[in-house]
Ligand binder design. Structure first.
Ligand code: PLP
Length: 447
């Protein structure tokens, strides 16, 4: 309506006057206004409808404004908005029960945080205290959060301006077959060589100094490159051999995105600590946490855990989590994500690859897919450099938005990461827009 659009214009002006935005040079921004959203559709400041192929920051896993979750938040707000973490609360207890029910036995306790970064911080603190060691191994081409330790664990360029040499982090090269750092041309080679590299580095750093290896099960923002067969099993074996904690960061990959509740379940490994956030509440209320294995839990039976947060297990957030998990289960959304990956997104992306010379690689599962754009399929030169953008990528993104789709893009990649319950017709409509936009990228390709 005209009133909504007017309110949106005022919000825009106030935003530009007073709101400080993440990761950005403030003067370069012209942020899109979102007036309202429902399911997988959003309406911009001019009232134009767009299909959300980004799930915002890959977190609105059940779409916007799911009535069951909205009602649960209302009901909890009417009953008890907040209590301090030392008190028992029904919503928190139930959320912890439901979350631990989703993972294998032996992962029976949850420490709730406000989001993903602090989940990572606490998982590392637990690993350090449990092992009595300090070093943390983390992969290049990863993202683990924006707080001081989490950004230093991160292996992407956002770390550079935040580098803290005292963080105790050692970075290793990931298994990433399309751009293999090990000269591998098959999955088996990549697995073998990436594992040898990791173990060599652990030995050279002194295994008795290493508290944890943290890995996104499927690296998300870094490019949705699922681990080659045997890699995670190998990481589990190496970490066990040296008494190192294996932390699975499932902040983005968890809660159904890959077509499994947690991505690590697909590879049959059991981590020592699991971090989650994002999809646990579909982002409706901020929540994150660490799922703790029994041996780590035992460390803190008699010894106080030196950490906490005012909002650990906030009732509004936990009520949202309970309703989100309930809706995901009852509406079989994880199964649906798997089906969408197999029957709709996968085939559509393969067709785009066959048609567009700018598409170097497509990969993913569930509702977690990347299209990697290149200037040259032979050399695999990316359409935007690592850590950067390019006029060609900006043109592709602009074309997708002009077609009425909200994309998620990073460097030379466009990610297809819709909600688990996006209606098939909206998904197909959005994929057709992406397909069309890739014509723009093709113009930049060496022939
Ligand atoms: N870990 C992973 C894998 C993520 O993708 C993110 C956010 O994108 C984080 C951690 C940090 O989560 P948050 O932004 O909620 O702090």
């Amino acid at each position: 309506t005209a009133d909504e659009i007017e309110a949106g214009r005022r919000a825009y002006d106030l935003d530009r006057a007073h709101v400080f935005h993440s990761w950005s040079a403030q003067d370069t921004l012209t942020p899109m206004t979102i007036l309202k959203a429902a399911g997988s559709e959003v309406w911009d400041g001019e009232g134009r409808r767009l299909i959300d192929l980004s799930s915002q920051l890959v977190n609105t896993n059940i779409g916007h404004q799911h009535p069951r979750v909205v009602a649960a938040i209302h009901a909890q707000a009417g009953k008890l908005c907040t209590v301090a973490p030392q008190y028992v609360n029904e919503a928190r207890s139930e959320a912890a029960r439901l979350i631990t029910e989703l993972v294998p036995d032996g992962l029976d306790h949850v420490f709730f945080t406000n989001a993903g970064a602090d989940a990572v911080e606490h998982a590392i603190r637990m690993a350090r205290l449990h092992t009595g060691r300090r070093k943390v191994f983390a992969a290049y081409r990863s993202y683990h959060g924006g707080t001081d330790l989490a950004i230093n664990v991160t292996g992407d360029p956002r770390r550079f301006p935040n580098d803290n040499g005292d963080a105790g982090v050692v970075h290793f090269l990931p298994a990433y077959l399309y751009r293999s750092y090990f000269g591998a041309t098959t999955e088996a080679e990549e697995t073998e060589r990436a594992l040898k590299h990791l173990e060599d580095m652990i030995v050279l750093e002194g295994p008795s100094n290493v508290a944890a290896v943290i890995l996104e099960t499927v690296p998300g923002t870094a490019g949705i490159f699922g681990p080659p067969a045997g890699y995670l099993e190998g990481v589990r074996e190496i970490t066990r051999k040296y008494g190192i904690m294996y932390i699975a960061d499932e902040v983005m990959a968890g809660f159904g995105r890959t077509g499994e509740w947690f991505a690590f379940q697909r590879w049959g490994v059991v981590p020592d600590l699991v971090t989650f956030a994002k999809g646990v509440t579909s982002g409706y209320v901020p929540l994150g946490g660490v799922i703790i294995s029994d041996p780590v839990f035992d460390t803190f039976r008699q010894r106080a855990y030196p950490g906490g947060l005012t909002y650990s297990g906030h009732p509004l957030a936990c009520a949202a989590a309970v309703a989100t998990i309930g809706a995901m289960r009852d509406e079989r959304m994880v199964e649906n994500a798997k089906r969408l990956g197999e029957d709709v997104i996968g085939p559509a992306l393969e067709a785009m690859k066959a048609k567009h010379p700018s598409v170097g690689d497509v990969r993913g599962s569930g509702v977690f897919w990347a299209i990697e754009l290149v200037k040259d399929r032979q050399t695999r030169e990316p359409l935007a450099a690592y850590g950067g953008s390019s006029p060609e990528m900006n043109a592709v993104i602009a074309e997708i938005k002009a077609g009425g789709v909200l994309p998620f893009a990073n460097f030379n990649r466009v990610h297809v990461v819709p909600a688990l319950n996006i209606p098939d017709d909206q998904l197909r409509e959005a994929l057709a827009v992406v397909d069309h936009a890739l014509d723009v990228a093709d113009a930049a390709v060496a022939r």
